[in-house]
Design a protein around this ligand. Structure first.
Ligand SMILES: Cc1cc2nc3c(=O)[nH]c(=O)nc-3n(C[C@H](O)[C@H](O)[C@H](O)COP(=O)(O)OP(=O)(O)OC[C@H]3O[C@@H](n4cnc5c(N)ncnc54)[C@H](O)[C@@H]3O)c2cc1C
Length: 260
């Protein structure tokens, strides 16, 4: 099976993020692979182990390739970075257009993506790629079986108080949800191999796209304003002894915090 996995590098939860201007964030240079994309990589690798074929990790990013290296460390066969100055200012649709531009003339059976990126959280890119390619897609899958001779997929989704089993012909795109598998921890030798691996770079001209179709020109959505979370009020110490301290705590929770 020919499998592509869409991967994104997202800021480490401990990275310091500041609002630089209305529409720009300053993010500390600490990135790792989006959690749901590791699940997608693992799903691809499991299918390769069963049916043979190739798993290729694909990202759009001008600076970072951490998720591609993680994919190789987990034992993906290939890694492609779509990179071009014209991609600056991209929204979800522009990113999807670049990914679909790369995939449109490639032979593939399956595209796997994460259910959402843990930083921007929109869950748009996977379905948008499928729509641009005109292939079926199912989101947030927790089960995946392939009937290779019949070129058909059966997927499981969690729905309110139950599960839903769906089938569709291949090629198709699925976005992967927690519960589908437990991503493998790469072996040290593979991590070292991944650090040195050649990442293939592709620009947008090679995809048959022009600058007006991607980046800020191709974007349909623009960030109007980033707002930092409100500052947390200072910690209040209750210095009284028991039982007066409990009475004061309850009063504060009721009258100030308004949570009881
Ligand atoms: C070069 C570049 C410039 C950008 N400039 C701006 C900007 O100026 N302003 C701004 O607000 N945002 C910018 N972004 C961020 C961009 O808009 C979002 O990262 C993008 O829209 C994806 O949205 P999301 O993170 O919500 O993904 P989701 O839709 O939540 O992601 C779902 C899944 O889609 C796949 N996916 C998502 N992103 C990628 C990717 N890049 N490559 C491969 N697979 C992917 C992954 O499998 C992921 O799990 C830029 C991004 C890039 C790469």
């Amino acid at each position: 099976m020919e499998i592509y996995v869409l991967v994104k590098q997202v800021p480490d939860p401990e990275a310091i993020i500041k609002v630089k201007s209305d529409s720009e964030l300053e993010i500390e240079n600490k990135y790792f692979t989006n959690f749901f994309d590791e699940i997608a990589i693992e799903a691809g690798l499991k299918l390769r182990e069963k049916f043979g074929g190739k798993v290729t990790a694909l990202t759009v990013d001008n600076k970072k390739v951490d998720a591609l290296r993680r994919g190789i460390a987990m034992s993906a066969d290939d890694a492609i970075q779509i990179t071009d100055p014209a991609l600056e200012g991209s929204d979800q649709f522009a990113i999807a257009r670049a990914l679909a531009g790369y995939l449109k003339d490639k032979p593939f059976d399956l595209i796997l993506a994460g259910r959402q990126a843990m930083d921007d959280d929109s869950g748009i890119v996977g379905p948008a790629v499928a729509e641009l390619l005109g292939i079926p897609h199912v989101n947030t899958i927790i089960g995946l079986e392939i009937d290779d001779p019949r070129k058909e997929a059966k997927v499981v989704r969690e729905v309110e108080s139950g599960k839903e089993i769906l089938s569709c012909p291949l090629p198709a795109l699925f976005t992967c949800q927690k519960g589908l598998n437990n991503p493998r921890i790469p072996q040290v030798m593979n991590v070292m191999k991944a650090m040195k691996a050649q990442i293939k770079k592709v620009d947008i001209a090679a995809l048959g796209l022009n600058a007006a179709e991607v980046g800020s020109q191709g974007a349909k959505i623009k960030v109007q304003k980033y707002l930092p979370p409100p500052k947390r009020p200072p910690v209040k110490m209750i210095k009284e002894d028991f039982p007066q301290s409990v009475k004061t705590l309850v009063k504060l929770l009721r009258e100030e915090a308004k949570i009881i």
